[in-house]
Design a protein around this ligand. Structure first.
Ligand SMILES: C[S@@+](CC[C@H](N)C(=O)[O-])C[C@H]1O[C@@H](n2cnc3c(N)ncnc32)[C@H](O)[C@@H]1O
Length: 200
């Protein structure tokens, strides 16, 4: 995967990493960022991050978090928030966590006071009897989408403080999809509403 050592005269620009130019760039990065240093890539992403944040509860070392971080990077979320335990399994992130701002909140209370301070709508994503449909809900631009864990789902604490909770319509026999799949669908719903919608 990737590209080999730079051929010919080296390009000019501080964003280029001499080591990558010399040895090749095997990272999983978009073509635009080939041979760029990690710091330069992050700085460029920081100029155009979207207004949504992602949060996921981590009371039992949820294995989905790495995949959520990778998808958040792909859709350019402002930040990813881990609520609960600080440690999480990074394997699914495929190194994307280095390019994504990840913030830890030890408690739901801490998370809520941060979100309120930022003026963000807290939108829980789970199947509760009072959940509205993600498919028809008008997602606010400045929001944080919060996901629960595999077994217990979103905590009652988050359910109570959320502006609303949203469920993703399902049609088969399973009660739920996994949190990482749900996160991908919800992030893309925000993208469709705020990046592609003609009516914004
Ligand atoms: C496996 S689910 C948890 C179980 C779920 N609370 C239940 O009632 O069966 C893990 C997480 O994935 C997300 N999720 C899974 N399926 C979903 C759906 N259809 N709609 C919204 N969120 C969903 C939620 O964030 C949830 O907390």
């Amino acid at each position: 995967m990737g590209v080999g050592p730079w051929e010919g005269e080296w390009p000019e620009g501080e964003h280029y990493d001499p080591d990558l130019l010399e040895n090749g760039d095997r990272r999983n990065v978009a073509d635009k960022y080939r041979y760029w240093s990690m710091e330069a890539v992050v700085a460029d992403l920081d100029t155009r991050r979207h207004d949504f944040h992602i949060a996921i509860e981590n009371w039992q070392h949820d294995m989905n978090i790495g995949t959520v971080v990778r998808t958040a990077n792909a859709f350019l979320a402002k930040e990813v928030h881990i609520i609960g335990r600080r440690r999480w399994n990074k394997r699914g992130a495929m190194v994307t966590d280095r390019y994504q701002h990840v913030r830890h909140h030890p408690t739901v209370e801490d998370f809520v006071s941060w979100a309120q301070g930022e003026g963000l709508a807290i939108i829980g994503i789970d199947i509760f009897p009072d959940s509205q449909k993600l498919e028809t809900y008008d997602l606010p631009r400045n929001c944080v989408l919060v996901f629960g864990q595999e077994g217990p789902g979103l905590s009652e604490e988050v359910h109570q403080v959320a502006e609303t909770t949203l469920s993703i319509e399902q049609f088969g026999s399973t009660r739920s999809i996994n949190a990482a799949s749900a996160a991908g669908i919800a992030m893309h719903a925000w993208i469709r509403r705020h990046v592609f919608s003609q009516s914004v």
